[in-house]
Design a protein around this ligand. Structure first.
Ligand code: ADP
Ligand code: 5GP
Length: 207
């Protein structure tokens, strides 16, 4: 029987430096059918970041206009910059049956869960605080002040992880991406998403 489904909305959060972008790249190489939502931000691009690929980089004025005009599914202010998700892009993809992946922080994730209770929320953490600190330094994208801010923020964010559906420890990139694939596979098998497969048995009269 053909399964005409709506796409899954998948939210990945975790402290800055946990490895979200790295794990997402690995996941998308195995699951290129997943649409990665490119967020809007007022943060300046880091070296190597391309407009429209890593983020859509916009001014504070443009971001505030998007908020006023109701163009964002969710948004949050994080370490002094706005970040937000386009409502139209997400809605169009889900309606076409495409799975959509958001890389967003904890306040935004909570808003998504309120608006879309069926969304799957996954929290990614590194194996230890020491490893998080090593990864932030190893990335060479932030100075010591920004790193200290991000480590403080990490403590706050981890308090929110009980609100998530799944917790994945990013020990190795390959195993973290594989665990996320397993979660998505399990989510597809939820009974309420598959009742139509059982219906033909239930409704069939004995022969
Ligand atoms: P985030 O998107 O969560 O801020 P990144 O993907 O930018 O994090 O990863 C932060 C740093 O940690 C990068 O230098 C990345 O190469 C490294 N990293 C990510 N995952 C792992 C891992 N499993 N083991 C070792 N280093 C990792
Ligand atoms: P970074 O500046 O390191 O790229 O991202 C900082 C934080 O912003 C990360 O936790 C990332 O998940 C989050 N983020 C990125 N895009 C969005 C978004 O559209 N909405 C929200 N709420 N957070 C976002």
């Amino acid at each position: 029987m053909s399964e005409r489904k709506r796409g899954e909305l998948i939210v990945l959060s975790g402290p800055s430096g946990a490895g979200k972008s790295t794990v997402i790249a690995e996941l998308l190489s195995a699951r290129p059918d997943i649409h990665f939502s490119v967020s809007f931000t007022t943060r300046p691009p880091r070296a190597g970041e391309e407009d429209g690929v890593s983020y859509n980089f916009v001014s504070r004025e443009e971001f505030q206009r998007m908020i006023r005009d109701g163009e964002l599914l969710e948004y949050a202010e994080y370490v002094g910059n706005y970040y937000g998700t386009s409502l139209k892009v997400i809605r169009d993809q889900l309606d076409q049956g495409v799975d959509v992946l958001l890389d967003i922080e904890v306040q935004g994730a909570a808003h998504v869960k309120e608006k879309c209770p069926e969304a799957v929320l996954i929290f990614l953490i590194p194996p230890s605080v020491e490893e998080l600190s090593r990864r932030l330094r190893g990335r060479h994208t932030d100075g010591e002040d920004a790193i200290a801010l991000r480590l403080d923020k990490a403590r706050e964010e981890c308090r929110e992880c009980p609100k998530y559906d799944y917790l994945v420890v990013n020990d190795t990139v390959v195993s973290a991406a594989r665990q996320i694939q397993s979660i998505l596979e399990a989510e597809r098998c939820r009974v309420h998403k598959r009742l139509r497969f059982a219906e033909s048995f239930i409704n069939k009269s004995d022969t």
